[in-house]
Design a protein around this ligand. Structure first.
Ligand SMILES: *Cc1c(COP(=O)(O)O)cnc(C)c1O
Length: 395
């Protein structure tokens, strides 16, 4: 059986986790601080704050830019549900715009029409590791003085060309970028997330909020020769990463260049092998973007065959997944306050899910795309097996 994904973990991660356990400090401590520094250096960020996962990272990012009850945040429905959920955790209202079908990312041409006086932020996604059109999004956001949060959950190691320079996602180019270390992403700490920003006030705020808004952290009290009483000036959360996870993360960071290189090699090979198969659309990488290929999405020209093709491949021992979900089609969103904006009109997206035309490209992508196995350990022979299973399924 060829799985859809598989984390690359070895003896180094096992030893690092063991060393953290032996140190006696297992919650958030010095290793989390080291992981943050190493991650910030990798993406070129001034500040990086580690948290329990990317969902909590998005939640803190939205709080930092001031999203509160009734505020609108423009985003895409076509993303993992955590993107839209994070807006609702703050009491905000997700405003869904459609995607560009080629890149599966927010269509900047639809952005301006979605902005109202209630808009508080833009939450764009680098879907499955493919950078979204940040230059155009940032230009529009800048004109309206709106903060931009990048959901970079899948985009560690992805690059974008800005002013003729290639830069890693996470610098960040917007105001805050949020990453995930879930096993389905590029590198993993089991669960984990991180926020990057150049705003030191926000970074301080993340550090307070992730730890119950505790005025003096336990690490400081632990090493103090004076008795210290902490206080809790505001409502915080427990969104901490542990030192055990961070120790694994430091080892994973060392593997990152090798992981990205292999994923790009596999993606290029898929492209070659699939070119000969009729009825398939390969993913598009704009000339200003370099994906890390967190997922390799192919579009079936005959979208009605999606389930049948996936089943046939599963029968042949190849796991696949359908296209990225659309949050507005889920029951969790059927009675939630959400707004769609198609560039022409705006309204409440409480339509009968399968007939919603307002987010047409988002829905088509979910219904027509299948995601093929792609992970570091996938060898050429297995990849050939995936391709022939797909060829047979399409016949
Ligand atoms: C995985 C994912 C998340 C959530 O990440 P967690 O670390 O699992 O909370 C958010 N947004 C996108 C686009 C994702 O792919």
């Amino acid at each position: 059986m060829i799985p859809i994904a598989k984390p690359l973990l070895g003896e180094e991660e096992i030893a690092a986790a063991g060393a953290a356990l032996r140190s006696g400090w297992v919650s958030q401590g010095p290793v989390v601080a080291r992981f943050e520094q190493e991650f910030a250096a990798y993406v070129g960020a001034e500040h990086a704050c580690a948290v329990s996962n990317c969902t909590t990272a998005l939640h803190l990012a939205l709080l930092a830019v001031g999203v509160g009850s009734g505020d609108e945040v423009i985003t895409v429905s076509h993303s993992f549900i955590a993107t839209a959920n994070s807006i609702r955790y703050c009491g905000g209202i997700p405003v869904f715009v459609d995607i560009v079908p080629e890149t599966f990312n927010l269509d900047p041409a639809l952005l301006e029409a979605a902005i109202t006086e209630r808009t508080k932020a833009i939450l764009c996604v680098h879907q499955v590791g493919m950078p979204c059109d940040l230059p155009r999004i940032l230009e529009i956001a800048g004109r309206h003085r709106l903060p931009v949060i990048e959901d970079a959950a899948c985009a560690i190691g992805s690059e974008i060309r800005i002013d003729d320079r290639w830069e890693r996602i996470g610098k960040p180019h917007g105001d805050i970028a949020c990453f995930s270390f879930h096993p389905r992403k590029i590198i993993t700490t089991g669960e984990g997330g991180i926020l990057t920003t150049r705003n030191s006030d926000w970074d301080q705020r993340f550090r307070l909020l992730r730890q119950h808004c505790m005025s003096v952290p336990d690490t400081t009290r632990h090493s103090s020769s004076q008795v210290v009483f902490e206080s809790y000036p505001a409502l915080g959360f427990n969104f901490r990463m542990t030192d055990i996870q961070a120790a694994i993360g430091c080892e994973q960071l060392k593997r990152l260049p090798e992981i990205i290189a292999r994923r790009r090699e596999l993606a290029a090979r898929y492209r070659l092998l699939l070119a000969a198969i009729a009825g398939l659309g390969a993913p598009v990488e704009p000339d200003w973007a370099r994906s890390n290929w967190q997922s390799f999405c192919v579009r079936l020209t005959d979208g009605c065959k999606q389930r049948q093709v996936m089943q046939s491949m599963l029968d042949a021992g190849v796991a696949t997944r359908r296209g990225i979900m659309c949050s507005h089609r889920e029951a969790a969103y059927s009675s939630a306050p959400t707004v769609w904006s198609c560039g022409i009109g705006r309204g409440n997206c409480r339509c009968d899910s399968n007939r919603c035309q307002r987010l047409r490209e988002s829905e088509r992508a979910q219904d027509q795309v299948i995601i093929l196995p792609l992970f570091h350990q996938l060898d050429d022979e297995q990849q050939d097996q995936v391709v022939s299973a797909l060829r047979r399924a399409l016949q």
